[in-house]
Design a binder for this molecule. Structure first.
Ligand SMILES: Cc1cc2nc3c(=O)[nH]c(=O)nc-3n(C[C@H](O)[C@H](O)[C@H](O)COP(=O)(O)OP(=O)(O)OC[C@H]3O[C@@H](n4cnc5c(N)ncnc54)[C@H](O)[C@@H]3O)c2cc1C
Length: 424
């Protein structure tokens, strides 16, 4: 195994290793002695569920150092969802196991432990938490929901987590070492809301220029007002634009990949009109204050010799632009740039010029109209395809279509890296 693949596996296994180890530790610590088996299951499932809920909450804290150590924001989000589902299942087992335990005494006792209206308020909190977690999780799986509605329903999970922690805290009654798990979870929730959603951890930048590299696309140059973010090519930031003289920003954080890193930490962001906020940003003007969080991501960060193939779909060109603009290519690199029509393809002229002056860089630019690309003839233009490390960036549909085709054509799955312009 190459050092590169070992590093990749280490990155992938960090979160599951922490999750499994802490759950086993909690289950071992919580295991009651001299208690009926179903009651034991009820207690252990409650604690492992609480532990998983804490892990899911920590994984949604968008802190650059933390996400970097855990393998990147995308990986954190993926495990945030998995830990959330596992937590819900464990917490569902908790009341059911207690009811089964009560059944042995009498069906009435079993029913009493399940009927919330027969219980005190701490148990009410638990039932409300479970209901909110169920609604939030159902929304998580509804990928067809419009993004904003999806996010609103997903936010119910935050309330569910708060109620679940309050339920455990109220039942604990007095301070105990296990309270540490709740404090960690609460701290993570507060950090996410205040640091990230409300932007207290964001760095202020000012928009200094705005250009139009293609139809329906702007490129904004931004300069730091105070401490700057240390961004590397391929990384993205979360940006919330404020108001200007005529411009009204939507004020919420959206992910954008940096398309150029300039002297004195100035950055450029290239933004395509894809929805309500990015459409509004087409009217952005110089002078607007923008708050940036990050940087996030490790796309294009692996350093290895050998030829590379880059595939960009539409606005997925931005990470490659940042890299090409930073320095000439050190290894043979072919960029396949797919777009609907030349009019909405940003940076075509600049890329053609870079391909002329950089002997290591080749450009294959192709307009595909509204159809998916014809993969075989495209790949036939790429020499030494199976020796290349492949990087793809673009809409999820493009990534989902191309990755299996590349594998069929002999590219090893371990050599394929991608960034989807989508977070759910
Ligand atoms: C890692 C990453 C890097 C990106 N880089 C760029 C880039 O360089 N240039 C560019 O033009 N676009 C980029 N995008 C896409 C960009 O973030 C979305 O187009 C933008 O957020 C759309 O918001 P909207 O309100 O205009 O559209 P909506 O219609 O509200 O959303 C359209 C889609 O954008 C995504 N989206 C919307 N809001 C958010 C949010 N707050 N957080 C995360 N995703 C959201 C969702 O997938 C949604 O389905 C990137 C996305 C990701 C995940």
């Amino acid at each position: 195994m190459s050092p590169h693949s070992i590093e990749r596996w280490q990155r992938r296994l960090t979160i599951p290793a922490i999750a499994v180890a802490s759950s086993l530790l909690l289950a071992w610590w919580a295991f009651p002695v001299g208690v009926q088996p179903w009651r034991s299951i009820g207690i252990v499932s409650a604690w492992t569920g609480t532990g998983m809920l804490t892990i899911a909450t920590v994984l949604m804290v968008r802190e650059p150092h933390l996400t970097g150590a855990l393998g990147g924001l995308e990986l954190c989000y993926r495990w945030h969802h998995r830990a959330g589902v596992l937590a819900y299942l464990a917490l569902l087992v908790h009341p059911l196991a207690l009811a089964i335990d009560g059944w042995k005494e009498s069906p009435r006792v079993a029913w009493q432990s399940l009927a919330p209206w027969l219980q005190a308020w701490p148990v009410w909190l638990g039932w409300c938490a479970l209901a909110l977690l169920m609604i939030g999780l159902t929304a998580t799986f509804a990928s067809q929901l419009p993004y904003r509605r999806w996010r609103g329903l997903h936010a119910l999970l935050g309330v569910g987590v708060l109620l679940a922690f309050s339920h455990v805290g109220a039942l604990l009654g007095e301070p105990a070492p296990s309270l540490g798990i709740l404090i960690l979870g609460m701290f993570a929730l507060a950090w996410r809301i205040m640091g990230s959603d409300l932007g207290l951890a964001a760095a202020p930048y000012r928009v200094t220029a705005v250009t139009n590299p293609a139809a329906g696309t702007i490129e904004a140059a931004v300069s730091p007002c105070a401490a700057a973010l240390a961004v590397a090519p391929g990384q993205f930031v979360l940006a919330a634009f404020g108001h200007g003289k005529h411009f009204r920003g939507c004020g919420e954080y959206h992910p954008f990949t940096v398309s150029r890193i300039e002297a004195e930490h100035r950055l450029r962001l290239t933004i395509k009109a894809l929805g309500r906020c990015s459409q509004n940003l087409q009217a952005l003007e110089p002078g607007v204050l923008v708050h940036l969080q990050g940087p996030f991501g490790s796309f294009l960060a692996d350093t290895a010799d050998g030829p590379e193939l880059w595939i960009a779909g539409g606005i997925g060109i931005t990470p490659f632009m940042a890299s090409l603009r930073a320095q000439p290519r050190m290894q043979p690199t072919t960029l396949i740039y797919l777009y609907r029509s030349a009019g909405d393809a940003a940076f075509l002229d600049e890329l053609a010029m870079l391909a002329e002056i950089d002997s290591n860089f080749d450009l294959i630019a192709q307009a595909t109209g509204n159809h998916p690309p014809n993969v075989e003839p495209l790949m036939a233009k790429v020499t030494r395809l199976t020796e290349r490390r492949v990087y793809l960036c673009g809409p999820p549909a493009m990534v989902d279509t191309l990755v299996p085709r590349l594998v069929e054509l002999g590219v090893s799955p371990g050599s394929i890296h991608y960034e989807r312009f989508d977070f759910r």
